[in-house]
Unconditional design. Structure first.
Ligand code: FDA
Length: 297
């Protein structure tokens, strides 16, 4: 089921069809906080009012057209203006700002964003982009030492342990995720339990060795293991943040907030929601029943 939905997430023709299909709107709204920046900002404000920080994501990826890349960068500059003076950040997919054109184009666009904003998180996409994304991350860390720049690392990739260790001297901010793409067995761990184990291993390393970790998982078992670990090792609450995706397990996030932990929510908005939405369906078979029930129930 997971593989099937991940396969569909990459089919552009299906995107054109599904995006125009009116009943999908209600379904998509569960995971996407509106089509416009104004709609998304209402969600951002409500979350900030209840003490939850936001990472705002303008949906879009695999953009090859130069004018669309420029449009994306301009929209992000607008978002950074709106977010100025707050503790919120933006999440940017490298392929939305030109990585499919060249890594130099994407780097130049990230520079523009960092000249405007103070806190940027770089999403990690399919494994073929990891080298270039980390190349961009290193360059930005060097050029903007005073800005907060985070990068996502995926626990399902065999290479991630080495990547984390080689980034450690840079004092990085890392968002640790399990990984959301379809990857071959020589590149990524296929067994979910083993991915979870690797997540815990990498997470414990990060908590002890880097200044700030974004703990991006909704997995309550892992969160509980981590909470035991931080208590045992006396790791300060200021060294990490729990980050959840909009529409998923928000009651647990609020409970963590009530217990005094830093919490953040990744809030996507925009019209190009199809691949993001399909990845959310792929993560959980129950979501597919939710779709069927809504469409035919
Ligand atoms: P797992 O899949 O084991 O889920 C644990 C529990 O969470 C499930 O039992 C269920 O209750 C709930 N849950 C999880 N997914 C759900 C869904 N779609 N719908 C409903 N319930 C769900 N990936 C990537 O490759 N690059 C990236 O940059 C990012 N960025 C990112 C940011 C943030 C803040 C988060 C939380 C996640 C990402 N991801 C990501 C996605 C990540 O790789 C992973 O696919 C999802 O988080 C699902 O994995 P969990 O860690 O939640 O565990």
């Amino acid at each position: 089921m997971r593989d099937f939905f991940l396969y569909l997430s990459e089919r552009r023709q299906l995107e054109n069809f599904v995006s125009k299909f009116p009943p999908t709107r209600k379904l998509v709204d569960r995971f996407v906080a509106g089509r416009t920046l104004e709609e998304a900002m209402r969600v951002v404000k409500a979350l900030n009012d209840e003490g939850i920080r936001v990472t705002l994501d303008r949906l879009g990826e695999s953009v090859l057209d130069k004018s669309l890349v420029e449009e994306t960068v301009n929209e992000y500059l607008k978002i950074l203006d709106v977010l100025k003076g707050t503790n919120n950040s933006v999440a940017v997919k490298p392929t939305s700002v030109g990585l499919d054109i060249s890594k130099e184009v994407a780097l130049e666009n990230f520079r523009k964003l960092l000249q405007k904003g103070d806190f940027i998180e770089i999403d990690m996409e399919a494994s073929r982009y990891v080298d270039d994304t980390l190349w961009i991350y290193r360059k930005l860390k060097e050029e903007f030492p005073d800005k907060r720049i985070a990068v996502a690392i995926q626990a399902y990739l065999y290479r991630s342990e080495d990547d984390i260790k080689s980034l450690t001297p840079l004092k990085p901010c890392i968002r640790l995720v399990k990984g959301a793409y379809k990857e071959p067995p020589d590149v990524a761990i296929q067994d979910k339990r083993k991915v979870d184990e690797n997540y815990v291993k990498l997470l414990f390393y990060l908590l002890e060795n880097i200044p700030y970790t974004l703990v991006a998982t909704h997995d309550e078992k892992i969160i509980n293991r981590m909470l035991d670990f931080v208590k045992e090792r006396n790791i300060d609450k200021d060294r990490f943040e729990f980050q959840f995706l909009y529409g998923i397990k928000s009651a647990l996030l609020r409970r963590l907030r009530d217990e005094g932990y830093n919490t953040g929510m990744y809030v996507p908005y925009g019209t190009h929601w199809y691949p993001y939405f399909m990845r959310r369906l792929a993560e959980r078979p129950a979501n597919v029943w939710f779709v069927f029930k809504n469409l035919f129930g």
